[in-house]
Design a protein around this ligand. Structure first.
Ligand SMILES: [Zn+2]
Length: 259
């Protein structure tokens, strides 16, 4: 593992280091399955879509814990329109998983209001319980969560949630993945990602693009032009070249971290 960390940051759209897909999966997988923690529906595809497809292709389980309802991607909606958007984003998430070969039973929707995860103790506890329940059942080797320097407050809160939840489970690996700290430039700009592990996405990018295409509410402006949309350049930045991960050891060494 050490030699991979010493490779340094690859250039934009580097096709990935010359490791076989199997040896890369060995690094991430272990003997059991993986859990992806997605602050919003689509984060899992943007950051980990090819990895998820590769793991599913190996016949090992993938779960996704969706922390928030994604209802704030279009601001100033009526209450009814917001409910409609939340339902729509859940359907898009399940359709995206299907494109990756992952059953809809793998989706766990926590339902925290979009943008408020940091102050939602109830939802944080629920997500922690769901994650630890999978771990206690012996199902999980590795957990993936958005990196700490992603700009969105829900992404930062997700990182802290994962670090805290895994503190008593040192046998489970934790990896961070960049989304908003990569989406504008292609390569991670997060300082904590200075030495990322690039996952060679070759053979799985078509599935990743198909999964992302299911998130129609994020690719267009279904409720007007004021909401967030993924631009073509953002999609290219996240759907070309490798996916990047960094192994987090903070959970098991920094017992004084304030949560
Ligand atoms: Zn997000």
């Amino acid at each position: 593992m050490t030699d991979i960390f010493q490779l340094g940051q690859p250039p934009k759209h580097d096709p990935g280091i010359a490791l076989s897909s199997r040896s890369q999966l060995d690094l991430f997988l272990g003997a059991r399955g993986i859990v992806i923690i997605a602050p919003h529906p689509d984060d899992e595809i943007l950051g980990c879509g090819a990895l998820m497809a590769a793991v599913a292709d190996q016949g090992q389980p993938v779960w996704v814990i969706y922390l928030t309802d994604g209802g704030a991607s279009q601001p100033n909606l009526s209450a009814d329109a917001r409910v409609n958007l939340v339902h729509r984003r859940q359907s898009e998430a399940i359709a995206g998983l299907s494109e990756l070969g992952i059953p809809n039973s793998a989706a766990i929707f926590i339902g925290a209001p979009d943008g408020s995860l940091k102050s939602s103790a109830t939802y944080t506890k629920l997500a922690t319980y769901k994650l630890q329940e999978l771990i206690r059942q012996g199902c999980v080797s590795s957990v993936f969560v958005t990196c700490q320097d992603d700009d969105h407050p829900d992404h930062k809160a997700a990182y802290r949630l994962a670090v805290s939840a895994l503190r008593d489970y040192p046998g489970v690996q934790l990896f961070a993945y960049p989304v908003s700290s990569r989406i504008d430039e292609g390569s991670p700009r997060d300082p904590s990602m200075a030495f990322p592990i690039p996952f060679n996405t070759e053979g799985f990018l078509q599935q990743k693009r198909a999964a992302l295409a299911c998130h129609i509410s994020q690719l267009s402006a279904p409720y007007g032009s004021i909401g967030f949309t993924l631009s073509p350049s953002m999609i290219e930045n996240m759907c070309e070249g490798p996916e990047y991960f960094v192994q987090v050891e903070e959970a098991f060494h920094d017992q004084s971290h304030p949560f």
